[in-house]
Design a protein around this ligand. Structure first.
Ligand code: ZN
Ligand code: ZN
Length: 68
């Protein structure tokens, strides 16, 4: 499988959309945690969404979903 950003061999798969990304273009869940804090969702940590090291392709826009 090839990276969606370049022609490198993919190292991981986006947890949100399933796209393949190489090490160089791999992003992490920082985007998501920042997104949710901006939204002021205080119950974030209780919703079981582990995003600290989640693989993110950098292209898709994962939506925060409440489980409660
Ligand atoms: Zn790449
Ligand atoms: Zn993605």
């Amino acid at each position: 499988m090839k990276c969606i950003h370049c022609e490198e061999e993919a190292q991981a798969v986006c947890q949100f959309c399933g796209r393949a990304v190489c090490k160089k273009h791999l992003s992490t869940g920082r985007f998501v945690s920042g997104f949710t804090s901006v939204g002021g969702v205080l119950s974030f940590t209780n919703n079981g969404v582990s995003v600290d090291d989640a693989v993110w392709c950098g292209l898709c826009h994962p939506e925060y979903r409440r489980t409660v």
